[in-house]
Design a protein around this ligand. Structure first.
Ligand SMILES: O=P(O)(O)OP(=O)(O)OP(=O)(O)OC[C@H]1O[C@@H](n2cnc3c(O)ncnc32)[C@H](O)[C@@H]1O
Ligand SMILES: [Mg+2]
Length: 166
């Protein structure tokens, strides 16, 4: 069975490889069809579903998976939010979200100026490609939960729901 993941980001591809270790997992560039920096649960979820759908329709693969990172506001605080979607060959759609933590006000201010979180995190942490490594969640949990681990949890939730229906 082939599984296409709608991203070239290693944290996303590796999380799918971890959960579907017995399958061939391939990352591919697809369009999320939402903003590069989604600003709500709805928009982030939509991006994940769009990525998964495009993957599922490509090359008649068995499963398409989309993972999308975004931010959403609760009572004035901006939280990291992450959504995943799995689309099977029958076009069934399964969805799940990841853990969320609030972002510091200075990060929120930068995002409101229109910057992408990936760029803001690199400046903040003085590192390159935080988004492809520990992620904002890794930085702000002092390394407790890294971006790949957070996505692994999301992909487990997707696989479990899909298997429940088989
Ligand atoms: O190549 P793709 O799959 O698009 O992966 P990405 O790292 O850009 O990730 P998303 O598009 O899913 O996330 C939307 C934006 O939020 C950023 N982002 C999301 N979560 C992040 C995190 O934990 N750490 C750093 N940047 C993050 C990301 O870099 C983008 O600018
Ligand atoms: Mg992106």
């Amino acid at each position: 069975m082939k599984i296409y993941v709608g991203s070239q980001n290693p944290t996303k591809i590796d999380s799918v490889k971890r959960v579907f270790s017995e399958y061939e997992v391939i990352g591919m560039d697809v369009e999320s069809k939402v903003a590069a920096q989604p600003f709500s649960d709805d928009e982030t979820l939509e991006g994940a579903i769009n990525r998964a759908r495009e993957c599922a329709f490509f090359d008649k693969c068995d499963l398409g998976i989309g993972l999308e990172g975004g931010v959403m506001e609760i009572e004035g605080d901006l939280y990291l939010c992450n959504w995943g979607a799995l689309v099977d060959s029958k076009e069934n759609v399964y969805t799940a979200s990841g853990a969320r933590i609030p972002l510091p006000d200075e990060i929120k201010a930068d995002l409101e100026k229109g910057k992408e979180l990936g760029e803001v995190m690199d400046e903040f942490a003085n590192k390159n490609d935080v988004r492809k490594n520990e992620g904002a969640i890794g930085i702000f949990t002092n390394g407790s939960i890294q971006r790949e681990e957070m996505f692994t949890h999301v992909v487990k939730l997707l696989r479990g729901q899909w298997e429940f229906e088989q």
